[in-house]
Design a protein around this ligand. Sequence first.
Ligand code: BDR
Ligand code: CA
Length: 314
Amino acid sequence: MTNRRDIIIDTDPGQDDAIAILLALASSELNVLGICAVAGNVPLPLTHSNIRKVCELAQKQHTKVYVGCEKPMKRNLFTAEYVHGETGLNGAQLPEPTMALQDQHAVDFIIETVLAQPDQSVTLCTLGPLTNIGQALTKAPQIAPRIKQIVMMGGGLFEGGNVTPAAEFNVYVDPDAASITFNAGIPMVVMPLDVTHKALTTSARIEALRSLGTKVGVAAAEWLDFFERFDEEKYGIEGGPLHDPNVIAYLLKPELYKGRHINVEIETDSPLTVGMTVADYWHVTDKPKNAVWITDVNADSFFELITERLAVFK
Ligand code: BDR
Ligand code: CA
């Protein structure tokens, strides 16, 4: 297929990351140049293993998987086994992966790929802490104007944070990397908690996946059964927010989303609010607009898209 969009996925699976990876691998509009592992939900050895488990589940063993940074740029790693389980992918039983990892470091892969591919052709899809991106932009700042777009899951304004009252997990874990990324002049689209909390895994939506009757459909349903329990209890809602697949769904069907072009800065110093995305949604400053901040999704169409695309895996 011509006109496929070249993407690099940077991720820390995580059940919701896993579904985002499957959605990308299922979609012929997207050309996945590589998948980079970063430490986040669980430590790095588990995130790169989980990426490969997901690729093997989808029978996409030839996908290139790169190992990235094992800790944030300036801080200790904070993980989220309390949400995702001790493997990061609790819920479904999958075999240990056998496919190879690439030798090149994820940061060097990102740099070399952006420099080697046509100008402004590569989109970075980030589903975890922005450490690999922050390191790549620090090591090779000349890549910034060559990147087509970053579509990321992270942050929150109206919904506040999910790790602290102010900070969402992906930005909280590595606020320094997030700050570098938001200040790099790259066109950004942000999927904050404000939109992901509108994409809830109701039982009907999970059953639609299970009803596919395939290994992928059943695994996806089992992951979501596990993953939603934490947020259902926390927020008292039916279903948990399905965060990361919004990044990929946006590339496939941007018409499902609504947002606003605004200035976003990252708090890196305050002990009380570190990791906060200070989002100027009401344009109360003259600061330059650096990100499209998404606040709405057509949730039914989003889940239909996921179910329909995951059906390609037999
Ligand atoms: C984000 O943090 C992780 O737990 C999820 O995978 C998602 O990327 C939500 O705050
Ligand atoms: Ca994630």
